[in-house]
Design a protein around this ligand. Structure first.
Ligand SMILES: [Fe+2]
Ligand SMILES: [Fe+2]
Length: 211
């Protein structure tokens, strides 16, 4: 019976992964891009914006995998519920980025299945170590994403108001996710762990901009 429950859980994880990778994400909140008007972007600007938004879309694919695996292994039911609630907000980000990519005539990263599996493994490690590691992982990830989105706001074409509105809202959400984990008593991980996470994210960002 327990074996059956475990298989059920694996199937639920597989189902979620397939939905992230294959089905169009459905946002619960309207896209922040709705508040900005579309302007005709010169081709070079459109391509530059598409590269950045593809990276952000990959980041959101990874967020789904991370939160999902971290929630799967969280021991405290309240923490598990909080991780799943954050994952729901990340679904909005995923949908908004996908929609914006399509508007920019660009496709998502072809390597999304690989990013998902890699991020799921990171979340699995943090979750298996324990709730403290789980919380520090959330804090470090979200703070790094917050800084990364600030960098993107300095690089996105000033005229691409629709992408900018999405990135600004995402940045505010990510900062709140980190704040909530800190309020739960989470601590930042060591500089070594933070550095390794930044290294992995750096590889992902370089590759995902192009492929
Ligand atoms: Fe996000
Ligand atoms: Fe987040």
């Amino acid at each position: 019976m327990q074996q059956l429950t475990r298989i059920d859980q694996h199937l639920a994880e597989l189902d979620h992964a397939l939905r992230v990778l294959v089905a169009p994400a459905r946002a619960a909140r309207p896209t922040p891009a709705a508040s900005a008007t579309e302007t005709e972007l010169p081709d070079a600007d459109r391509r530059a914006a598409a590269e950045l938004m593809r990276v952000n879309h990959v980041g959101e694919v990874c967020a789904q995998a991370l939160y999902r695996s971290q929630a799967r292994w969280a021991r405290d039911p309240a923490l598990k519920a909080e991780l799943l609630a954050a994952a729901q907000e990340e679904t909005d980000h995923l949908a908004w980025c996908a929609e914006r990519l399509a508007e920019l005539n660009a496709r998502p990263s072809a390597l999304n299945p690989l990013w998902y599996v890699g991020a799921y493994a990171f979340g699995w490690i943090a979750g298996r170590i324990g709730d403290d590691a789980n919380l520090s992982f959330v804090i470090e990830t979200e703070r790094q994403v917050e800084a990364h989105l600030t960098d993107h706001l300095s690089r996105l074409p000033a005229t691409d108001q629709r992408s900018r509105a999405i990135v600004e809202t995402m940045r505010a959400d990510e900062a709140r996710h980190a704040d909530e984990a800190e309020r739960r008593g989470g601590q930042k991980p060591s500089a070594l762990i933070g550095g390794l996470m930044a290294l992995a994210a750096g590889v992902m960002k370089r590759v995902a901009a192009k492929i």
